[in-house]
Design a protein around this ligand. Structure first.
Ligand code: NAD
Length: 438
């Protein structure tokens, strides 16, 4: 099949590259000339484990190319995927569909034969109808079937997720698209990944339903962690006891500093807006958004309290900046709220992240970014573990302590056990544990 993917970010690039690896002939388009130039010269603009080898192999095999020239890329293809960003609109949290609609208008005059146009971006219910309307309004002759095929990959495990998905959801209104989409995903038959055909609106809602449900699960265990702290439980024991119930499941039950990232914050907000627009409020999701915002804000206060009530003029070390491990993505990362809170209270922050430094630098102009995990501890009153990268799981705690002015580890991911930390003379504060401040 000849496939064009428009938008070569985290989702578009991984999708395009994996489609090429399936054996399709793929053109990845982006309007960001620097991104395309990098890709053309073999430089991958994002950190995603394993992506570089698979790009190289498919470029060499002649199945994958990169361009900014939409006109050449769209003519005579079987399928066009739209994988541009849908960030939260400033002010109201509605999904900003400007980029999606721009693409619809741009491709419309270029379509010369039957083409399946697929929205892979996460878009509110009804967007497929509007994409179809826009294409036809620009080019009434365009023979298109507009499909919703939301993406569920996780950054950091994107290739494995794309090639071994729990399911592929395809929402369509025009039956001609069914066999085309089945052919696009045929290589996944070998993995027995279910291809779930639904209506277009159901597919759009499935994506928001899944993300909001997971965000709600995280938020639930975060509130349980807070309750544990005052009621005397241990949230890790509680989560394990809950998660072993197969109706609940163990995943997404790790207490943390509040969810961040490129999807959950904006997708929960967008679902809240959808509920309001359709006069069918999503009250659980509204609460999830509010609780999560409050939690992210509370984390700096937690560190300040653990430091005796003030961090003015003191140094705080931060381990991990990206919103989760194995990505360089800084969008809505909890580290940004935590560092802002610490800086507002007069602290000087030293920070390190294994892969996120380049993306973090412009966002954190007052932070001293250092080259190793241990350097964050130099002169620090406390070190805060924010993102649970593997390299932070077995730190030499004696060395960490020896570099600090006072010795406190605030572990916002419960990576360490208190006894293993305190034996090195470090104070320890985890999440959802009975409170015993040093
Ligand atoms: P991104 O910001 O990394 O990439 C979007 C790309 O689209 C950018 O490179 C931008 O330059 C390009 N673009 C914008 N307008 C364009 C146009 N008119 N022509 C060509 N290129 C254009 O975004 P992302 O993280 O890949 O997310 C894309 C969509 O996928 C969003 O709707 C998101 O919600 C969804 N999604 C993301 C993830 C994830 O983990 N990042 C997972 C599932 C779904």
């Amino acid at each position: 099949m000849k496939i064009t993917v428009i938008g070569s970010g985290y989702v578009g690039l991984v999708s395009g590259v994996c489609f090429a690896d399936f054996g399709h002939s793929v053109t990845c388009v982006d309007k960001d000339a620097a991104k395309i130039a990098a890709l053309q010269s073999g430089i991958i603009p994002i950190y995603e484990p394993g992506l570089d080898q698979i790009v190289l192999a498919n470029v060499e095999a002649g199945r994958l190319q990169f361009t900014t020239a939409l006109a050449n890329a769209v003519a005579e293809v079987d399928v066009i995927f739209i994988a541009v960003g849908t960030p939260a609109r400033r002010g109201d949290g509605h999904a900003d569909l400007t980029y999606v609609y721009d693409v619809a208008r741009e491709i419309a005059p270029l379509i010369t034969r039957f083409t399946v146009v697929v929205t892979k971006s996460t878009v509110p219910v009804g967007t497929g109808d509007e994409v179809e309307r826009l294409i036809r309004s620009v080019n009434p002759e365009a023979d298109v079937a507009v499909v919703s095929n939301p993406e569920f990959l996780r950054e950091g495990a994107a290739i494995a997720d794309f090639k071994h998905p729990d399911r592929v959801v395809v929402g369509l209104q025009d039956e001609r698209a069914r066999s085309v989409m089945a052919e696009v995903y045929r290589p996944l038959n070998l993995n027995s990944s279910p291809l779930l055909f639904t209506s277009r609106r159901s597919a759009e809602l499935i994506k928001y339903g899944a993300n909001a449900f997971l965000a709600m699960k995280i938020t639930f265990i975060n509130e349980m962690a807070s309750l544990c702290e005052v009621a005397g439980g241990d949230v890790q024991e509680v989560a394990r006891g809950m998660g072993l119930d197969r109706r609940i499941g163990e995943k997404f039950l790790n207490a943390g500093p509040g969810f961040g990232g490129s999807c959950f914050p904006k997708d929960t907000q967008a679902l809240v807006q959808m509920g309001r627009e359709h006069a069918s409020p999503m009250r659980l999701v509204e609460a999830t958004v509010d609780v999560n915002v409050a939690r992210k804000g509370a984390m700096a206060k937690r560190v300040i309290a653990a430091c005796g009530g003030s961090v003015a003029g003191r140094t705080i070390g931060v381990l991990g900046l990206t919103f989760k491990p194995e990505t360089d993505d800084m969008r809505d990362a909890p580290s940004l709220d935590i560092i802002a809170g610490l800086e507002a209270a007069g602290a000087h922050v030293r920070a390190y992240d294994p892969k996120g430094m380049a993306a973090a630098r412009p966002l954190l102009p007052n932070v001293t970014l250092v080259d190793t995990a241990y350097e964050v501890a130099d002169g620090a009153s406390a070190v805060v573990l924010v993102t649970e990268w593997n390299e932070f799981r077995a730190l030499d705690l004696a060395q960490l302590k020896s570099r600090m002015s006072d010795g406190l580890l605030v572990d916002l991911r419960n990576v360490y056990r208190e006894a293993d930390v305190t034996k090195h003379g470090l104070g320890y504060l985890g999440l959802g544990k009975p409170r015993r401040l040093p």
